[in-house]
Design a protein around this ligand. Structure first.
Ligand SMILES: [Fe+2]
Length: 474
C-alpha cells in the first residue's frame, strides 16, 4: 500500500478492493452485480464508482473489461489505455494480488490473446473462487472460444465456495445452467437455471439458459411460454433482452408462425436497429432462417447489410464476421463480400492473436462457403464447409447460434443435389433433435432427391404433425 489514505475495502463477497473510499467500492460492486444481471444501469454504477475514486485500479480494470465486451475494434484502443492506467495506478497506490491478476488478464485481452486472458482469470479463481467478475468474464471468454466443457469446469471449480449465504449466489447458478447446457447436460442445466430463477426471477441469463435447453430439446411451445412468463422481470435489462426475444422467434419459426416472427422482429428483436454486435447477429441469423423457410422479409436485410459493410475490417470476433458475411450474401453484395474475405485473409495471416488463429482454422473457410452459397455455387459451399464443420465451435457462440451455419451446409447439399450427403446431414439433425419440423422437412427433400418417395412423404408428414403439435409425432 502507498503512503496515502488508500486502503482495502471489501465487496459483498468478502474480496478486498483497493480504493480511497467505501462509496467507490460499493458502486463498483453494484456495477458488477448489474453486469451479471444485464442491467441497463451497469455503466452508471461504474461511472459513480470512478467519480468517487478515479484512481481505483480495479475500477479502471472493470472499465477496460466493459469496453472490450462491446467487441468493437473502435473501442479496443480505449481499453488498452485503460489497462495502462490501471497498471500505473496499481504501481502508484498499491493493489492486491487479485487486482493485479485482473490487470494482467485485461492486458492479455487487449493484445487479442483470449486464451491467456481466460487462463489468467482461471488461475485467479483458484485463490479467489468468489471473484464474480473473474467468473463472469471467463464464462464469456470460454463461450467465445467455443469451449463448453471449459465453461462447465470453470464453474465446477468454484462451486465449493458458493451457497445461498453468499451474495449473488443466484447468478452463479445461472452461469452454471448455461455452462451445463452448452456441454449437453440439459437435465442438470434446467435444474440449475430454474433454481436461479427461483432466487431471482429477473435473472435473464438463467432464463436464457433454460430457453437454450428447450431449444435443444425442441420444446417450442414450452419455450415460448417460459420466456413470456418471465419477460415482465426484464424491463430493466439491456439489449440482451433482444437476444432472448430472438430465442422466442426460433420457437415461433419452428411452429410456422411466420407473421408472428416478422412482427416480433420489427417490434422487439430489431426494433432499434442498433449497431451492437449481438443485436446485429440476432437480426442476421433470424432473417437468414426466415429466408430458408421461404418467407419474404421485404427490405429488412438492407440496413443490416449496410452496417455489415461498415464492419468489413472488424475481426474482433470471427463469429461476428461470419454473420456480416451472411448479410452481404443475402443481399448479393459481391464486391463487399470480396472485400470482407480479403480483409479476413490478411487478418488470419497476421497471426499472433486468438481470433486470427480461429480465422485461419475455420473462419475463412466458413466465410468462403457463405460467399459461394450467396452466388449459387452450392457445391463450392459444401466443399468449403464440410471439412471444417466439426471445428466451427472455435468461432464461439452457442450451439443454437452456430446452427445457422450447419443449416446452410444442409441447404447447400440439397441444392447441389448431393442426395446421400443431404440424407446423412438430415439424419444427424433428426436423430439429435427429433422434434424439429424444419429438420424433417429437409430430410423429406433429401429422400426426394435420392428417389425414395415413400420416405419423403413420411418425413414430410412427421414435420407437419410436429408443427401441429401432435403427440404421436415424437
Ligand atoms: Fe442464446
Amino acid at each position: 500500500m502507498g503512503m496515502n489514505a488508500r486502503q482495502e475495502f471489501t465487496d459483498a463477497r468478502g474480496l478486498a478492493v483497493t480504493t480511497e473510499n467505501a462509496a467507490a467500492a460499493a458502486h463498483l460492486d453494484c456495477a458488477i452485480r448489474a453486469y451479471c444481471g444485464f442491467a441497463r444501469d451497469t455503466g452508471d454504477h461504474l461511472k459513480a464508482a470512478l467519480s468517487a475514486d478515479p484512481e481505483m485500479p480495479f475500477g479502471q480494470t472493470v472499465k477496460g473489461y466493459f469496453l472490450l465486451l462491446f467487441a468493437k475494434r473502435g473501442l479496443a484502443d480505449k481499453a488498452a489505455k485503460t489497462a495502462e492506467t490501471a497498471c500505473e495506478l496499481a504501481d502508484k497506490h498499491g493493489a492486491t494480488r487479485r487486482e493485479r491478476g485482473h490487470i494482467e488478464a485485461l492486458s492479455a485481452w487487449c493484445r487479442g490473446d483470449l486464451v491467456t486472458t481466460a487462463a489468467t482469470l482461471e488461475d485467479l479463481l483458484i485463490a479467489h473462487p468468489r471473484d464474480l467478475m473473474a467468473l463472469k468474464i471467463t464464462h464469456y471468454l470460454h463461450f467465445y472460444l467455443g469451449n463448453g466443457p471449459a465453461m462447465r469446469a470453470s464453474i465446477a471449480r468454484v462451486r465449493h465456495a458458493w451457497d445461498e449465504t453468499v451474495a449473488d449466489y443466484g447468478f452463479v447458478k445461472g452461469l452454471e445452467a448455461f455452462s451445463l447446457e452448452e456441454s449437453g447436460d440439459y437435465g442438470a442445466a434446467e435444474v440449475a437455471g430454474r433454481r436461479a430463477i427461483e432466487i431471482n426471477p429477473s435473472d435473464i441469463w438463467a432464463c436464457h439458459a433454460v430457453a437454450h435447453v428447450m431449444e435443444m430439446q425442441a420444446r417450442h411451445r414450452e419455450g415460448i411460454d417460459w420466456i413470456t412468463g418471465l419477460e415482465a422481470g426484464f424491463s430493466d435489462c439491456n439489449n440482451f433482452a433482444y437476444h432472448v426475444w430472438w430465442h422466442r422467434c426460433l420457437f415461433m419459426l419452428e411452429l410456422g408462425d411466420h407473421d408472428g416472427v416478422l412482427a416480433h422482429y420489427d417490434e422487439k428483436v430489431r426494433s432499434d436497429q442498433s449497431e451492437d454486435m449481438l443485436d446485429m447477429s440476432n437480426g442476421v441469423s433470424l432473417l437468414w432462417r426466415l429466408g430458408e423457410e421461404g418467407v419474404d422479409v421485404g427490405s429488412r436485410w438492407s440496413e443490416l447489410a449496410d452496417k455489415a459493410e461498415a464492419y468489413i475490417d472488424e475481426h474482433v470476433l470471427v463469429f461476428n464476421d461470419a454473420h456480416f458475411m451472411l448479410a452481404l450474401a443475402a443481399t448479393g453484395r459481391s464486391g463487399s463480400q470480396d472485400r470482407l474475405l480479403a480483409s479476413l485473409e490478411r487478418f488470419a495471416a497476421e497471426a499472433g492473436t486468438t481470433e486470427a488463429g480461429v480465422a485461419a482454422d475455420s473462419g475463412l473457410d466458413l466465410c468462403r462457403a457463405i460467399h459461394a452459397f450467396g452466388r449459387g455455387d452450392f457445391a463450392g459451399a459444401v466443399e468449403r464447409l464440410m471439412p471444417c464443420r466439426e471445428r466451427l465451435n472455435g468461432i464461439g457462440g452457442s450451439h443454437a447460434q452456430r446452427d445457422v451455419f450447419q443449416r446452410l451446409l444442409l441447404e447447400a447439399a440439397l441444392r447441389a443435389e448431393r442426395g446421400p450427403l443431404a440424407q446423412a446431414l438430415g439424419s444427424e439433425r433428426t436423430t439429435l433433435k427429433p422434434g424439429s419440423p424444419w429438420s424433417w422437412r429437409q430430410m423429406a427433400r433429401a429422400y426426394a432427391l435420392i428417389g425414395d418417395t415413400a420416405a419423403a412423404e413420411a418425413a414430410q408428414s412427421r414435420a407437419a404433425a410436429l408443427r401441429a403439435g401432435s403427440r404421436h409425432a415424437t
